[in-house]
Design a protein around this ligand. Structure first.
Ligand code: NAD
Ligand code: DAU
Length: 340
């Protein structure tokens, strides 16, 4: 166990209007009353200020801006105790259609943030993904650990891997006070309709058929976004500087199993979906071994009942159609153009 506790009073959350970043902002406001949050978000197609609307204005401030804007980042970082970096281009399919914004935001954006953090000696937490480790075979008993070699497959995951490498290099060469987390697939409220679970749920609400890639046997290791938030807070405040922690909740499921659970929730037959073109380079399986996080920081996930979490997430999309409706048609048009 680490004895040093870092207690930030002011934090910047980049990408705090996206899916996981906004859930983290809600988590901090609810669980850590002494902390003030500055959200730095460019409000791309994936960012929505509604995600943090209604939070107390003396606790949460939104700055609309780009993490690649060095002058803006310098000013904000000079006034904070810590940066928690979620902002990214996050969707694999988009990175195959056009990698360019992924290079810019995920690599140059990270570089811009860590340069400012090293200048002001500000603590930096880097939110990354299990996809940097590539994939595992379905019959492989192994899971990813902090020692697994990097082997990213997609333009998205290779830019995330590049950003992790920058952080590691800045920590070693410049003494950047950094921690890194690599988490598995999140689900929960505020997830964009381009992603697997929200896409199928909103298709079904619309009376359309879900769309499954390839043979449907690809495995993802699902974690509720609230558990990801508690893990990031634990790492930021109690993790050892310079260390990487894997975040996962033992939630491996193949896509067809998840889809059938969603179909059941809508009272639809289990084969009531369309097979569509597979994603090029589609990773087969992700699986996280979170032993280090559990043992060293005593972290435990609280939302381990996937069926209950999925039912609650479906309910959230049923209850919040005005939130997702504006993005639905453009998202499906993009997929149609790709044969998906
Ligand atoms: P998201 O696409 O829902 O949100 C990304 C947010 O970043 C949006 O609010 C967007 O406006 C903002 N943004 C994009 N470019 C920006 C820029 N240049 N400057 C400022 N803001 C910008 O993403 P997400 O799914 O919430 O993922 C958040 C982070 O977590 C990412 O770093 C991602 O790699 C990582 N992650 C995601 C998952 C997952 O399952 N979704 C799992 C592990 C790690
Ligand atoms: O593992 C963490 C990663 O999880 C994060 O780093 C990424 O930011 C996040 O987007 C997610 O990546 P995936 O590619 O795993 O998520 P996605 O929701 O796009 O797809 C999940 C699985 O479902 C994947 O095997 C592809 C499949 N799929 C996806 C869509 C959108 C389908 O079968 N049909 C679909 O319509």
């Amino acid at each position: 166990m680490s004895n040093d506790i870092f207690e930030p009073r002011r934090i910047i959350v980049t990408g705090g209007c996206g899916f996981i970043g906004s859930n983290f902002v809600h988590h901090v406001v609810r669980e850590h009353p002494g902390v003030r949050v500055t959200v730095l978000d460019k409000l791309t197609y994936a960012g929505n200020p509604e995600n943090i609307a209604g939070l107390p204005s003396d606790r949460v401030e939104l700055v609309v801006g780009d993490i690649c804007d060095a002058a803006l980042v310098d000013r904000l970082v000079s006034e904070t105790d810590a940066v928690v970096h979620y902002a990214a281009e996050s969707h694999n399919d988009n990175s195959i259609a056009d990698p360019s914004p992924f290079l810019e935001t995920n690599v140059r954006g990270t570089y811009t943030l860590i340069e400012a953090c090293r200048k002001y000696g500000v603590r930096y937490h880097h939110v990354s993904t299990d996809e940097v480790y590539g994939d595992l075979a379905l019959d492989d008993p192994a899971r990813f650990t902090e020692e697994t070699p990097y082997r990213p497959s997609s333009p998205y995951s290779s830019t995330k891997a590049a950003s992790d490498m920058l952080v590691r290099a800045w920590a070693r060469t410049f003494g950047l006070k950094a921690t890194i987390s690599n988490c598995s697939n999140n689900y929960g409220p505020y997830q964009h309709v381009e992603k697997f679970i929200p896409r199928q749920v909103t298709n079904l609400i619309d009376g359309a058929r879900p769309r499954l890639y390839g043979d449907g046997r690809n495995v993802r290791d699902w974690i509720h976004t609230e558990d990801h938030s508690s893990a990031v807070w634990a790492i930021l405040t109690r993790g050892r500087v310079g260390e990487t922690y894997l975040v996962g909740a033992d939630g491996e499921r193949d896509n067809i199993t998840v889809l059938r659970e969603i179909l059941r929730a809508f009272g639809r037959p289990e084969d009531d979906f369309d097979w569509v073109r597979d994603r090029p380079g589609h990773d087969r399986r992700y699986a996280i071994d979170a032993t280090k996080l559990r043992r060293e920081l005593g972290w435990e996930p609280a939302h381990t009942d996937f069926a209950a979490g999925l039912a609650e997430t479906i309910r959230w999309y049923r209850d919040n159609e005005p939130w997702w409706r504006p993005a639905k048609e453009a998202t499906e048009a993009r997929y149609r153009a790709q044969g998906q």
